[in-house]
Design a protein around this ligand. Sequence first.
Ligand SMILES: [Zn+2]
Length: 143
Amino acid sequence: MGLAGSALGQQRVVVTGVQAPIPESCKREVQIVAAKLPELGPSEKPWTWVVVCSTKAWDLIVRTAQTEHNTCCAFTILDKGYSYINGVRLLEPLPAVSPGYIIAHERGHCETGSKSEEDADRWARQKGYEWGKKDALKTTSAK
Ligand SMILES: [Zn+2]
């Protein structure tokens, strides 16, 4: 299910793990991602952001993808141009992992083309997002 948005440029946001009608919580999770991406600057890269709107689906996707890290919240498959986000972590963030950081970190992988966590974190930090740091107020207003 795709959501068009001119502000997103080449980036698109899709959902998985739920069936129509899309639950309100899932819509809110998508809105958080769709609001954050343009704020991080325009991107030339075609990219797909998959908001996983069910924890069951998330567990399955993580197991299938065999990612080694950050599996609480998000991961990126560089060669495919996909980032997966655990939707519930946007609405109920872990103390050290803000929604802004989750999105900025994965976007960092996308923009740097690097699998390195350091590179992704450096990119995110330049945008003002860090692990262990709360999002600035202006960035949490996406409702
Ligand atoms: Zn990472």
